[in-house]
Design a protein around this ligand. Structure first.
Ligand SMILES: *Cc1c(COP(=O)(O)O)cnc(C)c1O
Length: 777
């Protein structure tokens, strides 16, 4: 049946509705189901080919309907269909995102799946089907409030439940079913369709109401609820002790279920001869969250199939590879041994076996006694997951060049000395299908007009724009597209936030999770410095600017919430000051997510990437902005380094201490001295305590003030060097502002960022994984 007919007939049969009287949710389900039927014949695994499996606790896929339709080449058909029935094709913007991830790590997983399917690489994702995704955020009196993300209320037409493929997962105190829901991962053009398999936890008791007495019934309900609890919520990025046990259960739940389903497939083909396993499967661990897969595979091979340790461990090592995403100490996962044993008693012995094997290997390398401490997997009553992930795999990679160097030189230096060949870099990327073709259609069409549409699957072709950088007609068109996207964003923000922004201002944007190391507070201080400078007359000829923020703070991260409140107070002061009319506006948008990013990024002139050098492993929003023609105002950190290397330092705005300079400053750093000696620093920092702003008597602002000048039990004063970088940041920001006034020369910089963004396609990244780690190229 034709796609359009299929939509109408679904509406008719399922809801008894015509397109005109269907609700947006009904239309969404009808369109998605019609597309699912359309793709069904191509959704199968190619036999005999090695497959790679991406194990990840998060997949931040965002809104699927438009991207899936685009990849199936059905988007225009669908839009025509809607228009014919008098419906705005933007109707699906009411459908909320699938937000099964926190931020960059989860979004990377989603971009990888898109790229692999587009390039015909057999890569499947494995994760958790959280009942509730990342919380929704709104502001009340400038404070962040959270509500549950009930994403399933729109239905889930893109998933297929496969109850016949459920598997049992056993903990020390609990048994649950893991039930798979498969989503098609549609490559551009629709030729290859891979699978994202997400597991839902269900109780194991059959409900037989006739047999149950009240007590049995209540026990059964309790058992079911406790089972469902395992896949109920996505953990935000904050570690609270209460959550630890459940988090370990979640990790084992999807690791074990995924391995069982892979092994079931394998055994059906080969029986119990495991000698082909690592030639047929590669498993990538996205950070340490799925690392418990390592002892779990060992347990299955040894415990259930009776392989000897050496043989099983070789299979494990040849199969698994590990990606490190952060050097933040608190994110390198460790589990208390007692907790681990109590949750996973049958897995722990295999952790010990791996640790023993490691110790034997260390001994054979002449590393003895106390020198072994920094390697041991079980050490001071903790299980060190990153150590296990490095030792029991054949590959450890960082996610940007500088990040990998820092891992090799510092964070994991002892491991690098032992296994230099295991370490490699895979600089992150983003999919240009979502982050250009879909989110910025005017720019996509413009590029296609100039160089053809090959860039959609081969982003390096953007290079062919370079010769046009001196053509003023081309630049004028490029500028016009940015202006159009700004107007669109203003309309959207007016609707969402009730704030009217000026579309002819500079748009300066910082969007990413709220974290001290990302330094939104530094951005806020600099805005205040400009504000005071404008009032005093110190800052002259300032090009009017809209400063935009978007970020969620983990609900338990007190300081991050204080920073949100502080920025909202600044926005209130500045937006309410009549003298600032026509000069500056500040806005923190609510509920930043993938779909909001798709609106903000095409409208940005300046991309704020201002983390302390050495702290941001890669960053990927920096790449999205670059692709859409914004200049980076940033530090030499993460992928910023590779971005300016490509687009030219003269076309971006780098400032601040380098990794090495921070290193050298570390021991002699006295933020209080900077504060006392520099009146501009003092003035902005003092707004935290001098009554300029109110934190509603929570004490949040004083706590932020102390974190900068006094430190706390767990860290030194200003551990992220805000005050060290403050003046250089302000200077550089004013320089961008001055340069912007020369519209043509500034647009040229923006244009050259787009033209040089080819390297940052996740197509490039995924092909590197495929060729250099998985051997599926
Ligand atoms: C790309 C993306 C991120 C990652 O942003 P960074 O600035 O690299 O930390 C986080 N959240 C969303 C919604 C994204 O789209």
């Amino acid at each position: 049946m034709k796609f359009e007919k299929e939509i109408s007939s679904f509406l008719e049969l399922e809801y008894g509705k015509t397109p005109q009287d269907a609700t947006p949710t009904q239309l969404y389900n009808a369109v998605s189901k019609a597309a699912m039927r359309f793709l069904a014949p191509s959704w199968h695994k190619q036999p005999g080919k090695k497959r790679a499996c991406y194990f990840s606790a998060e997949f931040l896929v965002g809104r699927l309907v438009y991207s899936n339709l685009m990849n199936l080449r059905l988007l225009e058909k669908c839009e025509d269909y809607l228009k014919q029935h008098g419906i705005d094709p933007a109707v699906f913007e009411q459908i909320e995102d699938d937000a099964l991830g926190n931020g960059g790590l989860g979004r990377l997983a989603a971009c990888f799946l898109d790229s692999a399917a587009t390039h015909n690489l057999p890569l499947d994702g494995y994760g958790i089907r959280y009942r509730y995704g990342l919380f929704k955020q709104y502001f009340k009196d400038g404070f962040q409030k959270e509500t549950a993300d009930d994403w399933l209320r729109f239905g889930d037409p893109w998933s297929v439940c496969r109850p016949q493929e459920k598997v049992m997962v056993e903990f020390g105190d609990q048994k649950v079913w893991a039930v798979p829901y498969d989503m098609p991962v549609i490559g551009f053009g629709g030729k290859t369709i891979n699978t994202l398999r997400l597991w839902e936890a269900q109780g194991v008791n059959e409900f037989d109401f006739d047999l149950f007495n009240k007590q049995q019934y209540e026990l059964a309900v309790k058992e079911r609820d406790e089972a469902e609890w395992i896949s109920a919520v996505l953990y935000p990025n904050d570690d609270t002790p209460q959550g630890k046990r459940l988090r370990l259960k979640q990790q084992y739940f999807f690791s074990s279920a995924s391995l069982q389903s892979i092994l079931r497939e394998y055994v059906a083909r080969h029986g119990e001869d495991f000698s082909f396993f690592s030639q047929e499967y590669a498993i990538q661990l996205n950070d340490t969250h799925p690392t418990v897969s390592i002892p779990e595979l060992l347990r299955i091979l040894m415990g259930e199939y009776h392989l000897p340790f050496d043989q099983a461990f070789t299979i494990v090592k040849d199969t698994f590879a590990y990606t490190n995403h952060t050097i933040m100490a608190e994110a390198l996962e460790k589990w208390d041994v007692n907790l681990f044993v109590s949750v996973l008693p049958s897995v722990y012995p295999y952790v010990v076996m791996i640790d023993d094997s490691l110790k034997r290997e260390l001994r054979s390398c002449g590393i003895l006694g106390g020198d072994q401490e920094k390697y041991k997997i079980v050490c001071t009553n903790m299980v060190h997951m990153a150590r296990m992930a490095i030792y029991a795999t054949h590959s450890t990679n960082g996610v940007a060049r500088i990040h990998t160097e820092i891992l090799k030189d510092r964070v994991l230096h002892e491991w690098f000395s032992l296994y230099p060949d295991r370490f490699n870099n895979k600089t992150n990327g983003i999919t240009q299908r979502r982050w250009l073709a879909l989110c910025n259609r005017p720019l996509a069409d413009f590029i296609t007009q100039k160089i053809g549409d090959g860039w959609i699957t081969d982003l390096d072709q953007l290079e062919r724009l370079r010769p046009l950088a001196d053509d003023s007609t081309v630049l004028a068109q490029f500028m016009e597209i940015k202006a159009e996207k700004k107007k669109e964003l203003c309309a959207y923000i007016k609707e969402q936030e009730g704030v009217q922004l000026c579309a002819d201002f500079i748009f300066d944007v910082q969007i990413k999770r709220l974290h001290e190391y990302k330094r939104q507070l530094l951005n806020a201080f600099c805005i205040l410095d400009i504000y005071f400078g404008l009032k005093d007359g110190r800052v002259k000829d300032f090009y009017p600017t809209v400063f935009l923020f978007g970020a969620k703070a983990a609900p338990g991260y007190y300081r991050a919430k204080g920073i949100i409140k502080f920025i909202n107070e600044i926005a209130r002061l500045i937006n309410g000051d009549p003298k600032m009319k026509g000069k500056m506006q500040v806005l923190f948008v609510q509920n930043y997510n993938v779909s909001y990013a798709q609106k903000l990024i095409p409208a940005a002139d300046i991309s704020e990437q201002i983390s302390t050098a050495g702290t941001e492993a890669s960053g990927t929003s920096n790449m999205k902005f670059m692709l859409n023609g914004a200049v980076t105002l940033g530090t030499l950190d993460g992928a910023n380094i590779e971005i300016v290397e490509r687009a030219g330092e003269e076309n971006n705005y780098i400032f601040g201490a380098t990794v090495q300079e921070i290193e050298e400053a570390r021991d002699s750093y006295h933020p209080k001295k900077l504060y006392e000696e520099n009146p501009r620093i003092k003035r902005v920092v003092d707004t935290l305590i001098d009554g300029t702003f109110s934190d509603g008597k929570t004490g949040m602002f004083k706590e932020l003030y102390d974190s900068l000048l006094e430190g706390a039990d767990w860290h030194k004063a200003d551990q992220y060097y805000l005050l060290l970088d403050f003046i250089p940041y302000c200077e550089q920001r004013l320089k961008v502002n001055r340069d912007y006034a020369d519209r043509l020369s500034f647009t040229r910089k923006c244009f050259l960022n787009t033209a040089n963004a080819g390297k940052f396609s996740s197509d490039r990244t995924i092909m590197e994984y495929a060729n250099e780690i998985w051997d599926i190229g």
